[in-house]
Ligand binder design. Sequence first.
Ligand code: 3PG
Ligand code: MG
Length: 391
Amino acid sequence: MIKFISETEPKNTHILLRVDFNVSLNGDYTIADDTRIRQSLPTIKLLLQNHNKLILISHLGRPKGRDPKLSLAKVTMQLATYLPGFEVTLLSDFLTDRSLIAKQTENQVLMLENIRFYDGEKNNDAQFTRDLASLADSYVDDAFGVCHREDASVVGIPRLLPSFGGLLLKKEITAMDALLNNPIHPYIAILAGAKISTKLPLIHRLLPLVDHLLLGGGLANTMLLAKGIQIGKSIAESELLDDAKSILAEAGQKIILPIDAIVGKATDDPTPENKEIEAIQPSDMILDIGNKTRILYADQIAKVKTVIWNGPLGYFENPLYRQGSKAICQAITDTPDIVSVIGGGETLAAIAGSGQLEKITHISTGGGAMLEYLEKGTLPGIQALESSFSQ
Ligand code: 3PG
Ligand code: MG
């Protein structure tokens, strides 16, 4: 059992709080979307209300050493805008200067610099973990998005300090467990994105649970290819055709594939055409689901009570090819009384600006973490909390 933070505990203590502030960045490294910061505010505010002194830990990107472009300075400033009355300060190197931690007051929130600037984080190094744990008296994990990583600040610290789960972690686990344990039927999953390889185990896991599985993106292309349909220059993983064939055989009528597509000659083709799947030519590239498929998928969605969606249906990097994903989002939000769970940074990027997101039951802050949780029913970071010595 995880002990989650509450109105009553922890109180009056010094806390290391692991958050996932790995926000999406613009080309110039400014913050593109601060959802992940906002999603952890309830945890931060509750802990502050309870007179705890907070030291936040997060990573940003995948830096090689100390890369100033991936400093948490901008993230710290952004967090400060949500915590009026608190002084929010970035510590550039907690290993060499702990003075601010020693004299921290309740009105100060400290944030360690990008924890991946230290090799010990990814190596889950024992000494580095002890250095981190020595900064505080308790640990709170609110970083669902990184719970699939066996990093020092995720799985190491809970072995050394009394540990709690944060409110966001609880919300994520509750939403995912509902999908795995007692979903209301009819229940569909929509899986798309570039690769089938990253989603094969999840497809196997979900097939027995769902009534239908709607596919899009490169993942659907691989399935079409496995059925002997020509997909021209479209992306697919031809080395996985045998897996795709066995899934199709296992799934029977459960898997629904695109019947038409938006095709272009390249990913930047400004004048794509809508073609039936059977009419795709060797020079064509599938870039999005077509109009008939949008209607077919929307009709399916309109009939269900539960939907889970991960992965954009088209080549979302080009805004021209976000229409399929937007149509799916619209179909979900148009359906009354539907429980909807959406996750993955790319999926959210594909539907950004649709203005419908508040109607989604749960938007997961996890991409890889969400997929792995659904597949395995747990994650290393969650197991570490469960076996924390305080339990
Ligand atoms: C994410 O964005 O998926 C998480 O923050 C984990 O980041 P990672 O994939 O670089 O470990
Ligand atoms: Mg990732």
